[in-house]
Design a protein around this ligand. Structure first.
Ligand code: P6P
Length: 327
């Protein structure tokens, strides 16, 4: 059996800062613990919903809270994290005051899929922390996506995999279930410039803005239409699964504005969904946009801010921006 490079060995080669390695290893440990809980599922009485709602007003699953707690515990214990923020918490939690990093995460993205045994994931973004005296200022979190120090996700599917970027490409690690260690299984993932596969929730079609209506209509016309080829469609309703497919075999993903979500600015969250996933996609040769501007250049206004998201094959995103400019 081929010998794979372990995550820690890879990080020692890629990352100079030992504190950042501590953060990334704490994230990896958390993802192993979350993976184990998910696989126990009903047998460990961790499925189902709680009475509580999160800051998004969404009913929390038991595993949402369990996953959040695992991340908080491991990151606080690693000694390199000054504070943590999460989709599941209104406000950040302080940890090691003088530590160099902030971590913001979606502990269990796509959790509505858990009870039907469909892939879900953990998404994380690592930012530089301010000095301890400034930690309670909410603005310290409002850093554009380009300022991320590291980002990635774990996908809990048939295999548990960790996809990681520290600014030098996107690399995939697979969890060996025999020893619970992540090993490198793909270096420098690349997204093709073009694609024949799109990912969107078609049930919202009647509510999209005209540029997205036109874009999707052209794809659906297939070979006879202006795009001159047939397209396939996929929608898992778990951003981690849809983005992982795009990083693995290409494609384009859209969660655009529609009439239902216009007031709140979109469906997906900027700080812990769009920015980490968008940076990974860009590092893999793709693009990420609101339709009007590159998401990674946006100055966040709020920790739980939502944005429209279009990401994937560079040519498709450029065409989408062209359609929005014409509108
Ligand atoms: P819809 C999961 O709840 C999530 O935040 C993303 O992971 C996913 O892409 C999207 O929402 C699915 O939304 O409206 O299709 O259920």
């Amino acid at each position: 059996m081929m010998k794979h490079t372990g995550l820690s060995v890879f990080l020692q080669r890629q990352v100079q800062d030992q504190a950042l390695i501590k953060v990334l290893e704490a994230l990896a440990r958390s993802c192993v613990r979350i993976s184990t809980s998910l696989r126990q599922g009903a047998l460990a009485d961790v499925l189902g919903a709680l009475e509580s709602e999160n800051v998004q007003g969404e009913t929390q699953k038991k595993l949402d809270v369990l996953s959040n707690d695992m991340l908080l515990h491991e990151l606080a214990a690693c000694g390199a994290v000054a504070a943590m923020a999460s989709e599941e918490m209104e406000d950040p939690v302080l940890a090691e005051g003088n530590a160099p990093y902030l971590v913001v995460f979606d502990p269990l993205d796509g959790s509505s899929n858990i009870d039907v045994n469909v892939s879900v994931g953990t998404i994380f973004s690592v930012l530089l922390a301010p000095k301890a005296s400034e930690l309670t200022d909410p603005c310290v979190w409002l850093q554009p996506g380009r300022m991320q120090v590291a980002a990635g996700y774990a996908i809990y599917g048939p295999a548990t995999q960790l996809i990681l970027c520290v600014g030098k490409g996107v690399h995939q690690f697979s969890l060996d279930p025999l020893n619970c260690q992540f090993v490198l299984t793909q270096e420098s993932m690349q997204i093709p410039q073009t694609t024949a596969e799109f990912s969107i929730n078609m049930s919202n079609q009647r509510m999209w803005e005209p540029p997205v209506q036109k874009y999707i209509d052209e794809l659906l016309q297939g070979k006879e239409g202006p795009r001159g080829k047939n397209y396939n469609m996929r929608w898992v309703a778990s951003m981690v699964a849809d983005v992982h497919r795009i990083l693995t075999r290409g494609g384009v993903f859209l969660y655009p504005l529609d009439e239902r979500i216009r007031v709140q600015g979109g469906k997906l969250r900027l700080m812990y969904e769009a920015n980490p996933m968008g940076w990974l996609v860009e590092q893999a040769g793709g693009r990420v946009s609101t339709g009007h501007t590159c998401i990674l250049d946006m100055r966040p206004e709020r920790l739980h801010q939502r944005v429209p998201v279009m990401l994937g094959a560079a040519e498709e995103i450029s065409y989408l921006e062209h359609l929005h400019q014409k509108d």
